[in-house]
Design a protein around this ligand. Structure first.
Ligand SMILES: Cc1cc2nc3c(=O)[nH]c(=O)nc-3n(C[C@H](O)[C@H](O)[C@H](O)COP(=O)(O)O)c2cc1C
Length: 357
């Protein structure tokens, strides 16, 4: 049987093991959406992952969801990322950037501009702003002629990512952000070619991915999906059909991978595995509760045909997670209070396992 510690060819890379550090926003970027030296240390500490997927990175100012997240839409941002990717590579790792356009999950107090979405339907819940949580505002519905510009923003950010030394990009098509809003049947009420039928609801995702493949190549392009997920109030009608059609279209593009969150029933997810001929990363434990992804979840999904397994919180609290899983050492618990608090505490302070005699 496939082991988590077998190597795997992904795009143009050879991953030394099948663990992936899941994308996790830590909102510690400097003003202007700039990566910092602490971010370089954080990712470098975790370079034994088969692949690191970075925190969500905005492809444009209007695409920024939370304050304190880094961007890939200015030259200064590209320059600031270079020491991060270099530090990961110097420590023997590989890193993709997650390109995340928040769409309606954003706020004018964060970006200085009104959020946009497929339709003028607000997200459910409060969004982070520089002055604290505020109700999600009603977004401005994109005009039909504006939609391709937002799809292209992923591709432009991807080109900048490669320029900054990333090995590739993952488009954030999950968790209720812009691509997921277009896939949704209650956030997307459009009557033009981007809404209504399954073929229309997947159009934005396909345009964004196709443009990215054209910009940086299929071997450097992946996408993350959360079938049936209800983050920020999105709902999806026709889940098996929606994702089967999306994966069929994506399979023509020969992507590096599809990264699926276990947000749907297992039989639906196994069906998607069969519908996707390429590399599949599974993120096994959702919705997020006290239980974190562990070795048994990984082996379960490798047995069901996943190629790679992503771990989120495990990698926050255990920079040496791969070694701990491989040797059966205890996995340290994560401190939720430091997820988004800024500074190096709870960021750079988790040690590798301390052996005692
Ligand atoms: C602090 C934190 C930040 C996160 N930020 C992102 C993000 O930027 N993009 C994303 O796709 N998922 C994000 N996630 C979700 C994780 O990638 C992952 O799906 C989730 O933690 C479940 O996996 P786990 O049980 O291994 O932690 C975040 C999760 C946490 C805990």
């Amino acid at each position: 049987m496939t082991s988590l510690f077998d190597s795997f060819p992904l795009g143009g890379l050879t991953l030394p093991n099948r663990t992936v550090m899941a994308p996790m926003s830590r909102v510690r970027a400097a003003a202007g959406g700039l990566a910092t030296p602490s971010m370089a240390t954080y990712y470098a500490q975790r370079a034994t992952a088969g692949l690191i997927v970075s925190e969500g990175v905005q492809p444009s100012l209007v695409g920024q969801s939370n304050p304190g997240t880094p961007g890939l839409h200015t030259d200064e941002q590209v320059t600031a990322w270079r020491p991060v990717t270099a530090a990961v590579h110097a420590n023997g790792g590989r890193i993709f950037a997650q390109i995340m356009h928040g769409g309606r999950v954003s706020h004018p107090d964060t970006t200085g501009t009104r959020p946009v979405g497929p339709s003028a339907v607000p997200a459910v819940g409060d969004v982070f702003t520089p002055t604290g949580l505020q109700p999600a505002p009603t977004p401005r519905a994109l005009e039909t002629a504006e939609v391709p510009e937002h799809a292209l923003s992923y591709a432009r950010a991807a080109r900048r990512a490669v320029d900054a030394g990333f090995d590739g990009v993952e488009l954030h098509g999950a968790n209720g952000y812009l691509i997921s809003q277009f896939l949704s049947s209650n956030a997307n009420l459009r009557t033009d070619l981007y809404g209504g039928s399954v073929a229309n609801r997947i159009r934005f995702a396909i345009e964004a991915v196709s443009a990215t493949v054209e910009a940086v190549g299929a071997a450097r392009t992946g996408i993350r999906l959360s079938p049936a997920g209800t983050f920020w109030g999105v709902e999806e009608s026709d889940v098996p059909e929606l994702y089967a059609e999306l994966l069929t279209e994506l399979s023509r593009l020969d992507l590096a991978y599809v990264h699926v969150e276990a947000t749907a029933d297992e039989d639906v997810l196994v069906g998607l595995r069969r519908a996707w001929p390429g590399a599949l990363i599974m993120n096994p434990v959702l919705p997020m509760g006290p239980k974190q992804t562990g070795r048994e979840d990984a082996d379960h999904w490798l047995g069901l045909g996943a190629d790679l397994i992503s771990f989120g919180r495990g990698f926050i609290a255990n920079p040496d997670l791969v070694e701990r899983l491989r040797t059966g050492l205890p996995v340290a618990p994560v401190d939720e209070a430091t997820y988004y608090q800024g500074g190096d505490a709870g960021y750079l302070t988790y040690p590798a396992y301390q052996h005692t005699v």
